[in-house]
Design a protein around this ligand. Structure first.
Ligand SMILES: [Zn+2]
Length: 85
């Protein structure tokens, strides 16, 4: 069995997909943590680690991944969601 791998958009480490959290941008433009990993929309992968979420916020990594401007509040919201996981 070959496990799919993805690159963390914050630290750039390559990990197995199941070890990473998927962040999705839905058709409606909402950005959220995709707990099931199956939501429709453009996805990006990040480590299940607050440090990576903080790097992401500092470097505005989602702006690059989703090729649009993402408000700072969105990053804060994702950090809140991570803390609830
Ligand atoms: Zn990472």
């Amino acid at each position: 069995m070959n496990n799919p791998q993805r690159t963390c958009i914050a630290c750039r480490n390559i990990k197995e997909k199941k070890e990473l959290i998927r962040i999705v941008r839905t058709k409606e433009g909402e950005i959220e943590i995709d707990k099931t990993g199956r939501k429709n929309g453009r996805g990006a992968y990040i480590c299940n680690d607050i440090k990576c979420f903080e790097i992401l916020k500092k470097t505005k990594g989602l702006d690059r991944s989703f090729k649009s401007q993402i408000a700072a509040q969105v990053y804060d919201k994702l950090i809140d969601e991570l803390n609830l996981l």
